[in-house]
Design a protein around this ligand. Structure first.
Ligand code: NAD
Ligand code: GLY
Length: 369
């Protein structure tokens, strides 16, 4: 560990800079009741999409902010296995049954599953209506609510049907994390660590130094980690909204991780857990390719394990399982597999010309560890 940085005073707003489609991310304790969400709802109607777990805890607070609007709700089943076209259709049906027109605003209240589905519904309903993200998991607050990737899963591949579609605003109430189960909180930490690994070595050191405060959900440490993650994400998205280049580094560990999720039928490991194991595999390949030191790999594994996250793939997966699923990844171009690798901590890059034998070896070693 090399940082002596103390916890800086958090800022409260980050901008995703996309010209006319720029939008704010408001971060703070109590935002769900205090952010004046109505200012982002331009028409007279809104549809809140949430799920059976979140609705009883947070739906009313959100509705209270929209008293001068017609507010309808869709309460989805809870789980990644419901992130599909069938459940998306419930959102369209509710919109049509309640006569929502092109001026309606969709509001996603929940984690990444609700956010991705609501975003895609907004992108496609009547060829596009505005939407707002109100993320309630750590993972959604630091990653999925920011940047406009929206999607549902297909049984043959994760997030295979979707669109780039930016929200009007992202409203992050850090208090909502108080009700988040530990396992979900830790899964979100995987995406927080990701930013340290791909672009922000100083943040990685800060995470090493401040992990116990974060895991105890210290509000100051948490607000700082969320803001710094959002700043990192906003910078990458602003530079490459539709992933023509640099944005792909945000997928560190995801090609491996999505293979795990697809292998398990989206009912086993959480997304963040699969990404954690995937980031270790990407780091192992980077070490094998001579781009990263063994000491940096050890620090990466240590931080991931200290969060209670898996650093190894599921015991029942083989290297052949991985290879079969990895070739379906969205980063495959012209039949060539591309992976996010590391030139040391803080320096992610997209590699296409890595040695397939090395990948095979890393997969074999990881699956037999
Ligand atoms: P999730 O949406 O399934 O939420 C996790 C669990 O926590 C659910 O059971 C949910 O009901 C519950 N929950 C949510 N907020 C809560 C709260 N405040 N208190 C108590 N329980 C709460 O999972 P997730 O980790 O938020 O998101 C994972 C999804 O995000 C995956 O589908 C993944 O593909 C997607 N994702 C998308 C992007 C993107 O850029 N669009 C990036 C990363 C991940
Ligand atoms: N989570 C990857 C991205 O937003 O690009």
């Amino acid at each position: 560990m090399s940082s002596t940085a103390s916890t800086p005073t958090p800022v409260t707003s980050v901008t995703v800079d996309l010209g006319a489609r720029s939008y704010p991310i408001h971060i703070g304790a109590g935002q769900l009741a205090a952010a004046n969400i109505a200012q982002y709802v331009q028409g007279k109607k809104a549809l809140i999409v949430t799920n059976t777990t979140i609705a009883p805890i947070y739906l009313q607070a959100l509705k209270d902010q929209l008293q001068d609007k017609q507010v309808d709700t869709v309460i989805l089943e809870d789980g990644e296995q419901y992130k599909n076209l069938d459940n998306l259709n419930h959102i369209y049906s509710q919109l049509l049954l309640s006569h929502h027109d092109r001026k309606t605003t969709l509001i996603a209240l929940g984690g990444g599953v609700v956010g991705d589905m609501t975003g895609f519904a907004a992108a496609s309903y009547q060829r596009g209506v505005p939407f707002i993200q109100v993320p309630t998991t750590l993972l959604a607050q630091v990653d999925s609510s920011v940047g406009g990737k929206t999607a549902v899963n297909h049984s043959l591949g994760k997030n295979m049907i979707g669109a780039f579609y930016q929200p009007q605003a992202v409203i992050i109430d850090t208090n909502s994390l108080t009700t988040l189960p530990d396992r979900e909180f830790c899964a979100g930490m995987a995406e927080v660590i990701k930013y340290g690994l791909i672009t922000d070595a100083e943040f990685f050191c800060w995470l090493e130094d401040n992990l116990s405060a974060l895991l105890q959900r210290d509000s100051v440490a948490l607000a700082y980690a969320i803001e710094r993650s959002c700043i990192n994400k906003a910078e990458v998205v602003s530079a490459d909204e539709t992933e023509q280049g640099v944005r792909a580094i945000l997928n560190l560990g995801h090609t491996f991780g999505h293979s795990i999720e697809t292998f398990q039928g989206y009912t086993g490991w959480l997304h963040g857990e699969a990404v954690a194991a995937g980031m270790v595999m990407a780091a192992q390949l980077s070490v094998a390719a001579g781009d990263m030191s063994a000491e940096e790999l050890q620090r990466t594994e240590a931080l991931i394990e200290a969060c209670g996250l898996p650093a190894r793939p599921p015991a029942d997966m083989t290297s052949e399982d991985f290879l079969q699923l990895m070739v379906r990844d969205k980063k495959v171009l012209d039949g060539q597999l591309r992976l996010v690798l590391l030139k040391g901590i803080g320096h992610g890059f997209v590699g296409a010309d890595f040695d397939m034998n090395l990948l095979q070896q890393v997969l074999t070693d990881a699956c037999s560890a």
